[in-house]
Write a protein that binds this ligand. Structure first.
Ligand code: F6R
Length: 239
């Protein structure tokens, strides 16, 4: 793993964002895997700003996102689809026909097969962006007793509900999500992980220094050949 410790979230956003801008300019029809949550927002800001300044175009890019809540309309303000539209897509020239998203209201098995086929048809994901949960989850693959493969419907853990329910002020937070599996994530050609803040320090330590175990799903990244991890000093404190 290539571990880069930078001074602030903003610096991380600029460094990761630059990496995307350079990659897209070199590969205008690339396939990108995106994540939601707080960690990637400065990176999305950087990409959106670069697009506005004419330094990059997302017109030819295809995207897949890691996960989506179940039992929530796609246009709800807290859906991950809405998050991506607000934080990235609507701020760029991306062609929404090239944006694919897991449907949290579809039959999970059929949706999993559809998503796997769609990713394969595009030639696989070139760069997958990840955050990490306080419990070591990646996407919504929570700690468990086995590594998952393709997308599946997951019951969210209390740790994740506690972390994310602050965003739900009108309805209770959904208890289920559909998420890309660990296998789908590991098949990405390159992975970029962003973790900031003291609440991630333990999970980051287990991911990098701990044994590879489904008890810390992110630890599987030790077995991927091209992972870049961006950390701030607080998230790196236990390394
Ligand atoms: C979101 C996702 C999650 C988050 C993780 C960290 O699509 O897959 O695994 O990356 O929960 O969330 P933040 O960045 O909000 O701390």
């Amino acid at each position: 793993m290539d571990i880069r410790i930078l001074g602030s979230e903003k610096e991380i956003g600029a460094a990761a964002g630059r990496l995307y801008v350079d990659f897209i300019n070199a590969n205008p029809t690339c396939v990108l895997g995106f994540a939601t949550g707080a960690s990637p927002v400065p990176t999305y800001d950087y990409i959106a700003q670069s697009c506005r300044q004419g330094k990059v175009s997302l017109k030819g890019v295809s995207t897949f996102n890691l996960d989506e809540y179940c039992d929530l309309p796609r246009d709800h303000k807290n859906s991950y689809f809405t998050f991506m539209c607000e934080n990235l897509f609507s701020r760029t020239d991306i062609d929404m026909a090239n944006v694919d998203f897991l449907d949290g209201n579809a039959d999970p098995d059929e949706e999993s097969a559809r998503y796997a086929a769609a990713i394969k048809a595009k030639g696989g994901i070139d760069i997958q962006l990840l955050g990490i949960g306080r419990n070591g989850h990646i996407a919504f693959n929570e700690p468990g007793d086995k590594f998952t493969d393709e997308a599946w419907r997951v019951a969210l853990t209390q740790s994740t509900i506690d972390a994310n329910s602050i965003y739900f002020d009108d309805i209770p937070m959904p208890r289920y999500a559909i998420t890309m599996g660990i296998g789908s994530i590991m098949r990405s050609k390159k992975i970029i992980m962003i973790a900031t803040g003291a609440s991630k320090a333990e999970a980051v330590k287990n991911m990098i220094k701990g044994p590879v175990t489904p008890a810390c799903p992110a630890s599987i990244l030790q077995q991927h050949s091209d992972v870049t991890v961006f950390l701030d000093p607080a998230a790196a404190a236990l390394l």
